[in-house]
Design a protein around this ligand. Sequence first.
Ligand SMILES: Nc1ncnc2c1ncn2[C@@H]1O[C@H](COP(=O)(O)OP(=O)(O)OP(=O)(O)O)[C@@H](O)[C@H]1O
Length: 235
Amino acid sequence: MILEAQGLARAFGGLRAVDGVDFALRAGEIHALIGPNGAGKTTFVSLLSGRQRADAGTIRFDGADITRLPAHDRVARGIAYTFQITSIYAGLDVFANLALAVQRQRGADLAADVRAAAARVGLQDHLATRAGELSYGHQRLLEVGMGLALQPRLLILDEPTQGLAAAEIAGFIALIRSLVPATTVLLIEHNMEVVMDLAQRITVLNFGKVLATGSPEEIRANPAVQAAYLGTPDA
Ligand SMILES: Nc1ncnc2c1ncn2[C@@H]1O[C@H](COP(=O)(O)OP(=O)(O)OP(=O)(O)O)[C@@H](O)[C@H]1O
């Protein structure tokens, strides 16, 4: 296991967004986190990345307790979290955005590493384009490229295919497959075709709790999961 969370919890006022979650990632796997809107997925990965602080519970990464480490220390240990556009600098061009991520790696050959990161996500011909002028799909790819430029051991992606065209989704799936097993991937994803195609294991969150964990086949056949997605009470 490269990452293990136990009893992880985070509340906002009276709302238990993440409510005692036990979770483990196997090194080198693609693991999808799914669940209805508001289930706590973004909050949960924010706790893993250190973007938000846990109220309770522990997180171990590569054997070390990282529960209380600030986000930048988790990045230094190899956890990269890209989340919905906000990490992109719209006024800077693609090269500068990638350079900001690359620079965090000591001893890097900046220009070469930037070009390599751009090529990995298919943006090598857009290096001089301001990020704000990229299509939405390309902005998502830039965000993934910035995450990859950190050379993470664990890459956490929050809805990476949102806004991508069908052809771009196919490219994205190939990209993610190319990352494992060197990099472990945890992805929040609403597109079930992408989830079933990519993930070796799936964890379903519902009301801040783990509803089920298993292979795509097990999750698809799970009545509680089906009920949660259909909005049936007492799943
Ligand atoms: N900073 C915050 N302050 C107050 N409530 C919050 C905050 N962040 C999240 N919440 C609430 O916590 C719950 C879980 O939100 P979260 O964004 O983690 O869910 P999600 O599963 O990622 O949802 P979605 O699929 O819609 O992105 C929601 O009810 C949300 O409104």
